[in-house]
Ligand binder design. Structure first.
Ligand SMILES: [Zn+2]
Ligand SMILES: [Zn+2]
Ligand SMILES: [Zn+2]
Ligand SMILES: [Zn+2]
Length: 137
């Protein structure tokens, strides 16, 4: 005699009074709720971690190729390793790699020194400067 009219027998949790339609749902429930094990699986590979944040980080780094390069000395975040290196050199190590060959001016990036030389020593001014000057004269 079938007193219940449920089409499928539900699987009861032994730790609480929840029931589940599928075995894996019960297993996940027991693991996460009662055992405190959070198996977070990467949706794109076999990577697993107890911590959802780590799976997110793994996804970003491995599959989305998104990398945040955090400076370990401040809050700076760079989009590439060279950006972070430049930041650390310039801000924390106070290193300036490129030196002007005409004066003591130094810069972290080559482009900065090139524009310095053009504007200061070679007198190649940006157009708006020339324009302003000719207005004054
Ligand atoms: Zn339970
Ligand atoms: Zn993965
Ligand atoms: Zn920094
Ligand atoms: Zn110079």
């Amino acid at each position: 005699m079938d007193k219940e009219h449920k089409p499928k027998p539900r699987l009861p949790c032994h730790e609480c009074d929840k029931t589940f339609a599928r075995k894996w749902e019960l297993q996940v429930h027991v693991k996460t709720v009662h055992l405190g094990i959070k198996d977070q699986q990467c949706p794109q590979c076999d990577y697993r971690s107890a911590d959802k944040g780590r799976v997110q980080k793994h996804l970003r780094q491995v599959h989305w190729k998104v990398r945040d390069y955090h400076c370990d000395q401040c809050d700076y975040k760079g989009s590439s390793v060279s950006a972070l290196k430049n930041h650390v050199k310039a801000i924390h190590l106070k290193l300036r790699e490129y030196k002007c060959q005409y004066c003591d001016h130094t810069a972290v990036q080559k482009g900065q020194i090139v524009s310095h030389m053009r504007t200061v020593h070679l007198n190649i001014k940006p157009y708006h400067v020339i324009y302003l000057k000719s207005q004054i004269c």
